[in-house]
Write a protein that binds this ligand. Structure first.
Ligand code: FES
Length: 186
């Protein structure tokens, strides 16, 4: 562990370690805002990155962004609530987003969503009680040619059926159980 001798050079080094909030994920958020020069127009991109970093948008995060981009909090809330891909609750360890845009809707995305909800006993937009799996929806994720589309843990899966999605999610959750069992055995 590094120690400080109190010399001016070391003071500078110590200051750069960690984030004042104690949560180093804020360092990544700070970097994102800096990359956009703290421009007000970068709000949507910053919200995107924030959700990727933290998994969801909390009130504290929205206030933090509002302060640093100097955008009124009402506007930050307005943008965050307008887009369906933003979530305000912590997601589960694994997340499945079903696209409900027009192309995917026509090809049966609602049936897939319903099938996953029933199979894994999770209401749409919520997380299972064990915190392992979230089922969420989005309007259009820009891959309409592959409709119906789902995004499982960040990977896009096109031309899905209820059964194919159930299989994909089951595989992910089974791997999770194996990891847990190995941990208990070890
Ligand atoms: S409508 Fe689903 S990807 Fe566009």
């Amino acid at each position: 562990m590094k120690t400080s001798s109190g010399s001016p050079t070391n003071k500078k080094q110590v200051k750069s370690e960690g984030h004042p909030s104690g949560d180093d994920r804020f360092k990544a958020l700070d970097r994102t805002m800096k990359r956009f020069n703290f421009e007000k127009d970068s709000l949507l991109e910053v919200l995107h990155d924030t959700q990727e970093i933290f998994g969801f948008l909390s009130d504290d995060l929205l206030i933090y962004i509002s302060t640093h981009l100097r955008v009124p909090l009402s506007q930050v809330y307005g943008v965050a609530t307008f887009y369906h891909f933003f979530t305000f609750e912590p997601l589960g360890k694994h997340n499945c987003i079903i696209c409900r845009g027009t192309a995917c809707h026509v090809k049966g995305s609602d049936v897939i969503t319903q099938a996953l909800s029933e199979e894994f006993a999770v209401p749409i937009g919520k997380t299972t009680e064990d915190g392992l799996f979230s089922l969420t929806t989005a309007r259009c994720i820009g891959s309409c040619g592959l409709a119906p589309v789902a995004v499982l843990n960040g990977a896009v899966h096109g031309k899905q059926t209820p059964q194919s999605m159930i299989t994909l999610v089951k595989d992910v959750l089974e791997q999770e159980t194996e990891v847990l069992e190995q941990g208990e055995a070890g």
